[in-house]
Design a protein around this ligand. Structure first.
Ligand code: NAI
Length: 489
């Protein structure tokens, strides 16, 4: 049988500190706490073995312990090398009833500042269960756990793991190695894991995008619930969560005044809207770049200048990417930035900013100001042929999502809405598999409205109730749902 390690975190001694933060977070997460109450008797996740890959923060700790309260067994890794809060990881591993000397919590494999090798090792650990079992559910953020199982199975099915091509990016080589190592220990590992998984619930835009691509290619091997596109996820977390945590990240990293400065936000989707609003709230002059005419028009009507990065990069004090696309800020853009301009990404993956290209600029020098804050100095003679003094730019979290790398991600209240959707999605997929055939599904609108309801009371919001006559006039039920599916909120 496979050795299923109990946990690997930075320091179990941080557990008490983490537990205090979890206690305060629980107060701010009314949705998750009410779901614990609602389901504590029926235990709908009894028998579920959930492999979770999602930023190991304090809020995620409350999610994990909610899944456990509903009967699930859980193993957890973070979905980003910088996003773990070590005290939260320690508290979850120790558990509410354990001590650092006698940990009794959930097996967590996560610490802040993993190498890529360690990251993919952690991803493998959540797939290894005692007695050689695998998980029967995946809870994913960005799709790395799903990708590992799919790629592992595909390569194993081919009878050979392909060898890394020279043009493969560094991370892809690590994934190949991870799959290979897994097979050396257990030759049918990935086929076995894939066969045991009933489904995945996916947290973010980028992961959902990957799932639809997999399904369109006919390669998806288990059903998926797209949690991101619950209204109470993407129209809240991606907007209001970002509105809070973008500034938190910039402030903790740089402490630079934002008012009066020029801030360029690349992408005006849900995340971009939250970024632009928060920067404008600080008094920045915000410029938006977009490829989609609808979003560009929204930005213009919201009062932002809409321009191309090429045209405005020389005036920018801050450039923030929020596109979920690649190569948005190129090395050439960065060479044209002002002295001490700040560049950061808040999209899921680190390919929005061409860090490899920046590292290849002749004569470039990287200085660590503090962890996850780096100054890149560009030598004068290498700047597009002209003579200009040496200058430098500040890059946050090495191009990885800065709100989790430089700060602690979204605040608890908004994550309560996101994670309530995650819990309901896990319950749905685990208890009603016949309702979710192979494919990518969203949660029913009743559940979306339910999540919103669970959060209104805590904000002192009183909902108006339709009369029977009003409901009949609108053609809806008094208890909802209130909107047809195409409604966009
Ligand atoms: P979205 O699809 O609503 O918005 C992305 C926008 O970027 C779209 O409007 C698109 O037209 C635009 N875009 C694409 N390529 C572009 C380019 N080359 N230049 C300018 N604009 C471009 O997606 P959403 O929900 O806003 O998410 C964006 C990213 O943020 C995703 O990777 C998502 O996974 C991630 N995310 C990160 C969070 C965090 O806490 N850091 C929270 C939620 C989402």
């Amino acid at each position: 049988t496979d050795p299923a390690l109990p946990y690997k975190v930075r320091d179990l001694g941080l557990a008490e500190q983490g537990r205090h933060q979890i206690r305060l977070a629980e107060h701010e997460m009314p949705g998750l706490m009410s779901l614990r109450e609602r389901f504590s008797g029926s235990q709908p996740l009894a028998g579920a073995r959930i492999a979770g890959s999602l930023h190991m923060t304090v809020q995620t700790a409350v999610l994990i312990e909610t899944l456990v309260a509903l009967g699930a067994q859980v193993r957890w890794a973070s979905c980003n090398i910088f996003s773990t809060q070590d005290e939260a990881a320690a508290a979850v591993a120790v558990g509410p009833d354990g001590t650092p000397e006698d940990p009794q919590g959930v097996p967590v494999f996560a610490w802040k500042g993993e190498t890529l090798e360690e990251y993919w090792w952690c991803a493998t650990q959540i797939m290894l269960w005692p007695e050689g079992e695998g998980p029967n559910m995946i809870l994913d953020d960005g799709g790395d756990a799903t990708l590992l199982v799919h790629k592992g199975r595909e390569w194993e099915g081919l009878g050979a793991v392909p060898s890394a091509q020279p043009e493969d990016p560094e991370e892809w080589k690590v994934i190949l190695e991870t799959v290979r190592a897994g097979l050396a220990e257990h030759p049918t590992r990935w086929t076995d894991v894939a066969a045991g998984v009933r489904g995945v619930t996916e947290e973010t835009t980028t992961g959902v995008h990957r799932l639809y691509q997999l399904h369109e290619a006919g390669e998806l091997v288990f059903p998926a619930i797209n949690v991101n596109d619950s209204v109470t996820k993407s129209k809240f977390d991606n907007v209001y969560g970002i509105r809070h945590s973008l500034l938190d990240g910039i402030n903790r990293a740089t402490d630079m005044l934002i008012g009066g400065k020029v801030a360029v936000v690349c992408g005006y989707g849900d995340v971009g809207k939250g970024c632009a609003e928060s920067l404008r709230g600080q008094g920045a002059r915000v410029v938006v770049t977009e490829v989609d005419p609808i979003c560009a028009l929204q930005a213009a009507m919201d009062g932002y200048q809409v321009a191309t990065l090429e045209d405005v990069v020389g005036q920018a004090d801050f450039v923030i990417t929020a596109t979920g696309c690649k190569d948005v800020v190129t090395a050439e853009h960065m060479r044209r930035l002002k002295d001490k301009a700040v560049v950061g990404n808040i999209g899921h993956f680190d390919n929005e900013i061409d860090m490899a290209g920046l590292a290849r600029v002749p004569g470039v020098r990287r200085t660590e100001i503090k962890p996850q804050v780096h100054e890149w100095t560009l030598a004068a003679e290498h700047l597009d042929g002209t003579q200009r003094p040496e200058r430098s730019i500040i890059v946050l979290s090495e191009g990885r999502l800065l709100n989790l790398g430089n700060a602690t991600g979204h605040p608890s209240f908004v994550m309560s809405a996101s994670f309530s959707n995650q819990v309901l999605a896990q319950v749905e997929l685990f208890t009603r598999p016949d309702d979710y055939p192979l494919g990518v599904h969203t949660l029913r609108k009743e559940l979306d409205e339910d999540v919103a309801r669970l959060h209104l009371g805590a904000l002192g919001a009183d909902l108006t109730e339709l009369t029977k006559e009003q409901a009949a006039y609108l053609g809806v039920d008094v208890a909802g749902p209130y909107k047809p599916d195409p409604y966009r909120y």
